[in-house]
Design a binder for this molecule. Structure first.
Ligand SMILES: [Mg+2]
Length: 231
């Protein structure tokens, strides 16, 4: 398995042994996409060139991933969840009490970024989620990102999120000790930390059950992970 799959995965060891993870054809697609992205990053490319390459990589990965769930289906499924989230958020943001500091917590991989379908660097935003996030940030809501990614790639992750349009108030990544903790417990602890800074978490949005269990959010919105196929 390529290093980035190991580094970015948020799946539990139990799921890893089930044999339901990425088919080999998809891994090849991801590797090819990563190679294209790496070549561009190594050269004197402009932002435009990077964007073009990302689009190419997305197409390549989507084709390889199609035997599981195709990109259009994934996007439709994400949009359906965000169609429920946005009306709630509009109403909840409008009803903020005086002095209330509202926040939304997001997972990153296959939630705010197209990790599996658009593997490249920077990864494209997951458009239905970005739209909701941008409504929130334009209305004074702080966006926090809580990921199982290790802290060694924090600067790259922060750049990626900002580059595609998210206003990052806080980014929580796992340090060495956190890597040995249960992912759901680790993520819950970060939400407690956000609350301790005076924020009210009006929604928690993620694609894995471990993103959302443990409370400390007024509402949770679950994007698809297709039985653990998407980290
Ligand atoms: Mg995820």
């Amino acid at each position: 398995m390529p290093w980035y799959r190991t580094a970015l995965r948020e799946r539990t060891p139990t799921l890893m042994t089930r044999g339901s993870w990425t088919p080999w054809t998809r891994r090849i697609g991801l590797t090819a996409a990563a190679a294209v992205a790496a070549v561009t990053l190594a050269g004197p490319g402009t932002a435009q060139a990077a964007t073009t390459t990302a689009a190419t990589a997305t197409a390549s990965v989507s084709a390889a991933a199609a035997e599981d769930v195709d990109y259009a289906t994934w996007q439709r499924d994400c949009q359906a969840v965000m169609d429920q989230a946005l009306p709630y958020l509009k109403q909840r943001i409008a009803a903020a009490s005086k002095g209330e500091k509202q926040a939304i917590v997001f997972d990153i991989d296959n939630t705010t970024l197209e990790t599996d379908y658009g593997f490249s660097y920077p990864s494209p935003a997951n458009a239905p989620v970005l739209k909701v996030a941008q409504y929130a940030q334009e209305h004074g809501v702080a966006l926090f990102f809580v990921t199982a990614r290790p802290d060694i790639i924090k600067p790259f992750t922060q750049f990626n999120l900002t580059h595609v349009g998210y206003d990052v108030t806080g980014l929580y990544v796992r340090n060495l000790i956190d890597l040995f903790k249960n992912v759901a417990d680790y993520k819950t602890a970060q939400r407690v930390d956000i609350e301790s800074k005076g924020y009210t978490i009006i929604a928690n949005i993620g694609n894995s059950a471990t993103d959302l269990s443990g409370g400390h959010a007024e509402k949770t919105y679950k994007l698809p992970d297709y039985d653990g196929q998407l980290s």
